[in-house]
Design a binder for this molecule. Structure first.
Ligand code: SF4
Length: 381
């Protein structure tokens, strides 16, 4: 396929892998965190980790929207549908995330709740127009990529003066999560997660630009390379990070120059800041409460805020006792460190959020067999 195959070229991948191998210093280790689940998926799917020399280690980050959604928020959405009789609309992956009492949105639907999978925020708005006698709630999740469409449907609902539409806003922010990881005890004091640099997400950066990452490079002396999601994008980003580390640089570099600018998408940013403001704190699965890491709906659009409309109060709920998602999302553990991985917990029967979405670290490892003892050499690929 044009504009896709070029970024999956095996010969080029082997060439970049050979360059990385030639440039790493045998006397040091390189640990890079790929923040985004899209990169985790690409690394597993295309066997990128196996192409890298042993000196380079990739650490999975918390950038999978479904994985970081805490149980308490899913409970709220289920409660709105089951107890308040509203139609709750959300993206497909969110439907299967385990919630309290062995429920999920999917299981609540089987119990009679009117929960509908949608492909876009605009679909939820359409359902609200078609059902004027019912309350329709869009359960909005995701990072900066999915926030602008939510802002636009709220603006549109206000324009149309829709009385039955609201949004349960669980949008979260990438830069705050990276700061939280850099400030964590594991990274700062104990050194259990030695991070030498970050692979930054392309799609988020198309919206926010590369500017917000400059803080990490300057303040924490950590290089950031914003990269696309095709295998060659990721390989090239790793090579760029290796070079920064070798040269003692800590800069923001943009591998995804085909779409990311320093400023980002200003129209999208304007829509988001018109509708949303920062939450003082928000609980992330795995990271706990992270200050100023999520958005809430501004008072001017209060009529479309499901939290106000249904008088919701957040209650934190602990994860399954044996689930290691929290440690995996902080980069402290690997999926294979979890006793439930691949036995009790599989993509068909997920016990934790990291096994639900294809972007989750556990699902990516399981789906592409990266947990098996397979050693692939550069020559063999
Ligand atoms: S394998 Fe399942 S239970 Fe274990 S950490 Fe991953 S999602 Fe949680």
């Amino acid at each position: 396929m044009k504009y896709v195959d070029e970024f999956r070229d095996g010969a080029l991948a082997r060439g970049i892998a050979a360059r990385i191998a030639a440039e790493v210093r045998p006397d040091r280790r390189y640990s890079f965190m790929e923040f985004c689940g899209g990169h985790t998926h690409a690394i597993s799917r295309y066997g990128i980790a196996e192409l890298l020399p042993t000196e380079v280690r990739m650490i999975h980050g918390p950038g999978c929207p479904v994985c970081v959604l805490p149980i308490g928020r899913i409970d709220q959405a289920i409660g709105i549908a089951l107890d308040q009789g509203a139609i709750v609309c959300t993206y497909g992956d969110t439907m299967r995330v385990p919630a309290s009492d062995s429920l999920s949105l999917m299981k609540a639907k089987a119990r009679g709740a009117d929960i509908r999978m949608v492909y876009s925020a605009a679909d939820a708005l359409k359902i609200a127009r078609e059902n004027p006698a019912r309350e329709v709630v869009f359960f909005a999740i995701g990072f900066e990529t999915t926030t602008p469409p939510t802002a636009l449907v709220i603006q549109q609902a206000a324009k149309e003066d829709l009385k039955n539409f609201s949004v349960l806003c669980c949008h979260v922010l990438t830069p705050s999560a990276i700061t939280h990881i850099l400030e964590s005890a594991e990274v700062r004091q104990y050194g259990t997660v030695p991070i030498d640099g970050f692979v930054g997400p392309a799609h988020v950066s198309i919206v926010i630009g590369s500017g917000p990452y400059e803080h990490f490079a300057e303040e924490y002396r950590k290089p950031v390379v914003i990269a696309g999601f095709e295998p060659l994008d990721v390989m090239q980003a790793i090579l760029m990070l290796v070079r920064q580390v070798n040269e003692g640089r800590a800069e923001v570099e943009n591998q995804f120059a085909r779409a990311v600018t320093r400023e980002g998408n200003l129209a999208a940013q304007r829509a988001v800041s018109d509708v949303f403001e920062l939450r003082e704190r928000f609980e992330w699965r795995g990271l706990g409460e992270v200050p100023y890491s999520a958005l809430k709906i501004r008072a001017a659009y209060a009529a479309f805020d499901a939290e106000r409309r249904f008088e919701l109060h957040y209650k934190a709920v602990p994860d399954h006792k044996q689930c290691e998602c929290g440690a995996i999302l902080r980069g402290v553990k690997k999926p294979t460190d979890c006793k439930l991985f691949g036995t009790v917990c599989t993509p068909e029967n997920p016990m934790g959020s990291c096994m639900v979405s294809s972007e989750g670290a556990c699902a990516a490892h399981y789906s592409y067999g990266r947990f098996r003892d397979v050693k692939v050499t550069v020559e063999a690929v």
